[in-house]
Write a protein that binds this ligand. Structure first.
Ligand code: PEP
Ligand code: CO
Length: 452
């Protein structure tokens, strides 16, 4: 793109830049017809919701809210079921209750769901017993089975992804508006296996405490705190497949600019965050709040240029930086970034993802993460922010409300041999309900310490 054109943005201007991690579709006409269909379908979210979330992120930047973002590494079409969706909502609600209670501030709840169907992969090709096939790239692209037919990039799956996202979103909205997320009824969020948990007593104490506070407020006000006690949910996903994102990028009557209406809060993954790449080009033109994942090798100058590209006017709520350094590297990699952003007075929300820098493989080849490393990265991040004079305003987690065994450690001290019992993730290992709740308790404690 010539220099003079470099400021001209359109929903397809990313096509002039190198786009990493895109599937190869055999037949452009087949892709074109799937995209045309997507373009005609109604969106999943509204511009008003997108802007409301942006305001909440602006509040979090000022220290008035905390962001909880969590869900699957990769959603699967087969998991678009009422029990899976409800359990995931339950654990996120329980965690947010622990955070509200511990931090004494409102929590912004953002799911990694209703669109988290595309995955970046480190290898284009997977080889087994001398046979090479394209890698599985998430359910919106192909299927995980190791056959030629399953691994073909199938454009109709883009439409299927939208449909499954809409089903997930619809059920989530219905539950929330029917009172499922009402703070008066935390018993709705009880998970069958919670009673056996070592955290059950701590959690119950908080629930009772919050119930008492609500009743006290209502007695004082002489009315029910209906609106204040109902919580909201927002959605997010890695906006990896740019054709898909473009097809849901819309203008809205009586509002300026373009919105990605497939989600409230898209993010750029670590592998696709190059300054001159297609993803940064696409993201710079949409009005959604956006996030970028940052790994341990990002240098402060490169980060400042990325901030210039994505938020040149320093608009509040626009940009979130999600650091995922790993417990072993956070100490050395995080402070230079914090100092650079602080020195230049840039407005960002800092969030820690303690999952993706802490992935390892067991002897038998299973991907796992140790709870101790996840905990260490969270704790060190709070301390490093405190020392740098910046604020850690949120966490980004891979978790499930189901009773899986994918990460090691935690209160029940899951070992390598326990992993085989209930390992169900198709990509990265998730915290189970108990490990998630334990982490929420720990974040509440650590964040309080960091503020004193
Ligand atoms: C992810 O969030 O699942 C992911 C792939 O993260 P990252 O881009 O940080 O590696
Ligand atoms: Co992941």
């Amino acid at each position: 793109m010539a220099d003079g054109d470099s400021k001209v943005w359109s929903p397809d201007s990313w096509q002039q830049r190198p786009a990493l991690q895109q599937p190869v579709y055999e037949d452009p006409a087949e892709l074109g017809s799937a995209l045309a269909q997507l373009q005609g379908l109604p969106p999943l979210v509204t511009s008003g919701e997108v802007l409301a979330l942006r305001q909440m992120i602006a509040d979090a930047q000022e220290g008035r809210r905390f962001l909880l973002q969590g869900g699957d590494c990769a959603e699967q079409f087969a998991d678009c079921r009422s029990d899976v969706i409800a359990n995931r909502l339950k654990i996120l609600l329980q965690m947010s209750l622990v955070l509200v209670h511990g931090l004494q501030m409102p929590v912004v709840r953002v799911g990694r769901f209703a669109g988290q169907y595309a995955k970046p992969r480190s290898a284009e090709i997977e080889t087994r017993d001398g046979v090479s096939l394209p890698s599985y790239r998430g359910d919106s692209v192909n299927r995980p089975e190791f056959t030629q037919a399953a691994r073909r990039a199938d454009p109709s799956r883009l439409v299927e992804a939208h449909v499954h996202s809409a089903l997930t979103m619809n059920f989530t909205r219905a539950l929330v508006s029917d009172g499922f997320a009402d703070l008066h009824h935390p018993e709705y969020w009880d998970l069958a296996w919670m009673a056996r948990s070592p955290m059950a007593a701590d959690y119950q104490r908080m629930v009772d405490d919050i119930g008492q506070s609500l009743r006290f407020m209502e007695t004082l006000m002489g009315q029910s705190v209906e609106n204040a006690s109902r919580v909201e949910f927002f959605t997010s996903h890695e906006a990896l497949l740019l054709h898909y994102e473009q097809a849901q990028t819309r203008q809205v009557p009586r509002r300026d600019g373009w919105f990605n209406l497939s989600t409230h809060f898209p993010w750029i993954g670590m592998r696709t965050a190059a300054l001159d790449g297609a993803h940064v080009e696409y993201f710079r033109g949409i009005r959604n709040p956006v996030a970028v994942k940052l790994g341990a090798s990002v240098d402060p100058d490169a980060l400042m240029r990325l901030i210039d590209a994505l938020n040149p006017g320093d608009a509040p709520g626009r940009l979130t930086l999600i650091t995922r350094m790993g417990a072993a590297k956070v100490e050395q990699a995080l402070p230079p970034l914090l100092q650079a952003v602080r020195r230049e007075g840039r407005k960002v929300l800092w969030v820690v993802d303690p999952m993706h820098g802490n992935t390892e493989s067991t002897g038998s080849g299973l991907k796992t993460r140790r709870f101790d490393n996840i905990r260490a990265e969270v704790e060190r991040s709070f301390e490093l922010h405190h020392a740098a004079g910046t604020r850690l305003g949120g966490v980004h987690l891979e978790l499930t409300g189901d009773d899986v065994t994918e990460c090691m450690g935690g209160a029940r001290d899951l070992s390598e041999s326990d992993l085989a019992r209930a390992y169900r993730s198709s990509v990265d290992p998730r915290l189970n309900y108990e490990q998630s709740l334990e982490l929420a308790l720990l974040i509440a404690r650590k964040s309080r310490e960091a503020r004193t």
